[in-house]
Structure formats: structure tokens, C-alpha cells
Design a protein around this ligand. Structure first.
Ligand code: MTE
Ligand code: MO
Length: 505
């Protein structure tokens, strides 16, 4: 009975969420509050254990707790503690409501799913709880009570089935209705403006095309995704705006149309996550189309003391970037497209920031709607109080894509290859060491600029049978070698040489 009350409440919330734009099941804001509240270290632990499935695990955990609370409420109701059961159900609903209210953008509409869901849960508890049976008269024999009991069980089974079917039906309708809030339709039909300055597409010079290695341009569907959003914000471009304010001469408020009216440039830029371990996959390279952010800031007229650009996304996530990095002539963009397609929703549709050379958490705000100029010491953005460094330049890193760890190769020629990046500083050299022998210079592919990663390869001619290791190291564009000392991602990015181990048979 308690489980059914939970199911009915959640499905009712889902139905309401399908009716109100911006509203979601209260499970989402509750999980979102958990994400924001967990102490530093727990996020890394969650990523270590569950990878990018960590969000699914969080939702499943929240549902399990709700089910347990529902079961307790059911038992209480059956044991005659009806009032306590209703209070428990209402209290659980209140947690959902409180979470909704503490999220950015809370309004009356967004509170509706928790309110309606809670009311439905309590109503189902009330309706399914059998009326308290008067104590059987002493002279009534068990044989006479039996048919009564059976009738009451049949009634319960019928009512329970009715609740379950109605709930699932309502929840399903809610899900269907919610689809109209998806931006997929407008994304698919939207046409991209042509760039004022495009980039020569010479991918053949930049990509060796070796099987089993990462392509120079990572397709959107394969691009890593990292953010704190439990559900991907759906921001229609006509409702989007960007507010530039703070320590500026003139505040600006731009619509999407205002943005694309400005100069649009195309750039290949490699994005890297500070959480990426040595040899990890939280890095990718794409072609971005966007407006230079420096031009917009100049339009607003930043004050000289405004040393930090704080950007905020529609879901309240914040990011702090040194003003100097954005203004120093590099291609910091407000991007609207990724690899010749409008930004995918999970990569920030309709507009995100991209700043070459800085880790994503200090530069790459997705669904960006606000930019505030402040002093460096005035504000610490989302990840800073959670233990990550306030400044996040990308570290020099080389990765071996093949041979894969643990793979087998026939004796003779072995292609050793991978990618290397020191975004915005460029790469001057890559070397490998086979079986801890001398360092051998590798061949480097071409690059469109210092803002992208670079492919490297080494053809090992006479690989003898047996087990082998390969270590790789790089020097950035200024000739600064990558440190050999290994360190973990926290607080400012992993470092150390990547190693692979494989067999020649
Ligand atoms: N709104 C928002 N933007 C965000 C984040 C986030 O949590 N929320 N995470 C940042 C981090 S840590 C990284 S590494 C990049 C990843 O961008 P991608 O998911 O497009 O690869 O986005 C950045 N932008
Ligand atoms: Mo990141």
C-alpha cells in the first residue's frame, strides 16, 4: 500500500511536469540538491565507481529511499497509526517542495508537481487503508470471519490494481506531454548562420587516420559530457538571453538574434576536464562556431579592477575565469555550434562558453545566461569551495590510444599512436620509451592552431615477441617538458606519463 502511494505520487508529479514548462518530478531537484551538497571528494568517488552513470545511480538511490519511506507509511497506516502515516507522506513531499524552491528559477508552476504528487500519495494511502474492523464479538467463530476477510482482500487487490494502472497511465501521459518541451525539434530545423571568418578544413593533415586511435575531430555523439545537471536543461533559443553586468560601464542584455548578428568565427578548440586522469577520456576536440567574447566584454566596458569573469548557467552553476585570459587575444567564444551542428542540448544549447587553454570547470559554461564582472577575490565559483583550484590552465598531457592496454599484436611492425595536448601553448615534441629504453622522437600530425590537441605516432619496426611497455611524454610549444611526477586530478589536474602494456605474439 505504501509503495503504491509512492508510485501514484511520483506518476502524478510526472503528469503535472508534462503540463508545466520548466517543471520536473521533485526527484530531480532533490537529487540536484544532493549533488550540490555532497562534500568534496564524494564527486570523485562517484565518478570513480560509476563513471558517467553516477547520475542514474543517484536517481535510483533517491527512488529506493522513497520506496522505503512509503513502506513505513503503509505499515503505520495498517497498524492504525493513520495520522502518523499521512504526516510522514506529507513530510517526504515537503522535502521535494523545499528542494524545488531552493533551485534557481523556482516559480509557482515548478512547485505543482510536488504539491499534487504529495496530495495524491496521501489520498491513495487514505483510500487503500482498510477501515478499522470492530473487534470481533467473542462468540464469532473464525469460520464466520473468513469470508469477510476474503472479501476485503479481493477489494484491496482490485483497488491496488486500479491505482497501479491509473498511475502508470498518468505517468506515461506526463512523459509524452513533456516531449514538447524538448529543444530537439527546433535544433533539427534551425539553420546555422555562416561564419564571417571560417577555418580551413584540412582534416587530412591533422588526422593520421590510424585504426584504433581517436579522430582529430570527435563527433558530437562521442564527445565526453561532464556537468552537474541531473536533467539536461531545455532552453529554446527565443527564450534565451545573456545579461552582461557587474563592474562594467554599460550593462548589456542580448537575445540570441543579437548574438548571431555579431561577428561569428569558426575555430577548432580542444576541451579538457580537470577530472581527467592520466590516459583518460574526458577530453575532446571539436569545431566551434561563435562570437568572440572579448568583443562583447569590450562593448560593455569592463572596469580595470574587474579581474574575474563570472559566468552562470540557467541551472545556477557558476564558473570563474580570469578576465585577462579572455581579453588576451585568444579565441574565447560564446559558441552556438559544434562540428557544423547547433550545439547538442547536453553540450549547452543554445549558447556556451569555450576558452582555449583552460579546463572546462573554469571556462566552458554551458547554457550560459549571465556574465558578471567582479574582482578575483570577490567570488569563488562552483568548484572552488569544493576543493578545486581557482585557476585551471590545462596541463601538458600525452595519451597512448594504441596499442590498447592488454592487447595482442603479431610480431613485426607495431603502430604506436595517440593524442597529445597543451591547449593554447601547443606541442613541440612527443617521445616514447619502449620497455623503459631510450626516448625516441615521434612523428606529429599537423594542427590548425595551438588550441587543439595533436595526433602523434611511432612505427616500431621489429617488435620482438613478449610483453612490452610504452611510456609517452611531451613538451609544450615553449619546449617545457611535462613533469614525470604522477599526481591525481584534484585539485588542479592530473599529471604524469601515460603507459600502456601489450603483448607481441
Ligand atoms: N552549466 C554547466 N556548464 C559546465 C559544467 C556544468 O556542470 N554546468 N561543467 C563544466 C565542466 S567541469 C566541463 S569539463 C565542461 C564539459 O563540457 P562538455 O560536457 O560539453 O564536454 O563543461 C563545463 N561547463
Ligand atoms: Mo570538468
Amino acid at each position: 500500500m505504501g509503495l503504491l502511494a509512492v508510485l501514484a505520487g511520483l506518476c502524478a508529479a510526472e503528469l503535472v511536469a508534462g503540463l508545466v514548462r520548466g517543471a520536473t518530478s521533485p526527484v530531480v531537484p532533490v537529487g540536484q540538491e544532493v549533488i550540490d551538497a555532497v562534500p568534496p571528494g564524494v564527486k570523485d568517488w562517484a565518478i570513480d565507481w560509476f563513471g558517467t552513470a553516477d547520475k542514474a545511480v543517484l536517481i535510483a538511490g533517491t527512488l529506493a529511499i522513497l520506496a522505503a519511506a512509503g513502506a513505513v507509511a503503509g505499515v503505520l497506516a495498517i497498524r492504525g497509526r493513520r495520522a502518523v502515516a499521512y504526516v510522514l507522506a506529507a513530510a517526504v513531499g515537503a522535502i521535494g517542495l523545499a528542494a524545488v524552491l531552493s533551485r534557481p528559477g523556482a516559480d509557482a508552476g515548478r512547485t505543482m508537481p510536488s504539491i499534487v504528487g504529495t496530495a495524491v500519495s496521501v489520498a491513495v494511502l487514505w483510500w487503500l487503508t482498510p477501515a478499522p474492523t470492530p473487534a470481533a464479538p467473542a462468540d464469532e467463530s473464525p469460520a464466520e470471519a473468513e469470508p469477510q476477510l476474503q472479501a476485503s482482500r479481493r477489494r484491496f487487490a482490485r483497488d491496488a490494481a486500479l491505482v497501479a494502472v491509473a498511475s502508470i497511465f498518468a505517468g506515461g501521459i506526463g512523459r509524452l506531454l513533456a516531449r514538447r518541451f524538448s529543444i530537439e525539434g527546433e535544433r533539427a530545423s534551425g539553420e546555422l548562420p555562416t561564419p564571417d571568418r571560417d577555418v580551413a578544413d584540412d582534416v587530412r593533415r591533422w588526422d593520421f587516420g590510424i585504426a584504433g586511435t581517436t579522430p582529430f575531430v570527435v563527433p558530437n555523439d562521442d564527445f565526453y559530457r561532464i556537468d552537474t545537471a541531473l536533467v539536461v536543461p531545455q532552453v529554446p533559443k527565443d527564450s534565451w538571453s545573456l545579461w552582461i553586468h557587474g563592474m562594467v560601464d554599460r550593462e548589456l542584455k542580448l537575445s540570441f538574434a543579437d548574438l548571431v548578428e555579431r561577428e561569428l568565427v569558426e575555430r577548432y578548440i580542444t576541451l579538457a576536464c580537470v577530472s581527467n586522469p592520466v590516459g583518460g577520456e574526458l577530453v575532446g576536440n571539436a569545431k566551434w562556431l561563435g562570437t568572440p567574447l572579448a568583443d562583447l566584454l569590450r562593448e560593455a566596458g569592463p572596469h580595470p579592477e574587474a579581474t574575474q569573469v563570472v559566468s552562470r548557467s540557467i541551472d545556477g552553476w557558476t564558473c570563474g575565469t580570469p578576465t585577462s585570459a579572455i581579453m588576451d587575444g585568444r579565441d574565447a567564444l560564446l559558441a552556438i555550434a559544434m562540428n557544423d551542428d547547433p550545439l547538442p542540448a547536453e553540450h549547452g544549447y543554445p549558447v556556451r562558453m569555450v576558452v582555449p587553454g583552460l579546463f572546462g570547470y573554469v571556462s566552458a559554461t554551458k547554457w550560459v545566461t549571465e556574465i558578471e564582472l567582479v574582482r578575483w577575490e570577490d567570488f569563488d565559483a562552483y568548484w572552488v569551495p569544493r576543493g578545486w583550484a581557482k585557476e585551471g590552465p590545462v596541463k601538458t598531457m600525452a595519451r597512448i590510444d594504441r596499442p590498447r592496454r592488454g592487447s595482442d599484436h603479431p610480431a613485426g611492425t607495431v603502430d604506436i599512436a595517440g593524442v597529445v595536448w597543451a591547449v593554447h601553448r601547443g606541442i613541440s615534441a612527443v617521445e616514447i620509451s619502449i620497455d623503459e629504453g631510450e626516448w625516441r622522437e615521434c612523428e606529429l600530425a599537423g594542427v590548425p592552431s595551438d588550441d587543439t590537441w595533436r595526433q602523434w605516432r611511432y612505427v616500431w619496426q621489429e617488435a620482438p615477441p613478449g610483453e612490452h611497455t610504452v611510456d609517452v611524454r611531451a613538451s609544450d610549444g615553449d619546449g617545457v617538458p611535462q613533469p614525470s611526477q604522477r599526481s591525481s586530478p584534484a585539485p588542479d589536474g592530473a599529471q604524469g606519463y601515460h603507459r600502456t602494456r601489450f603483448q607481441v605474439v
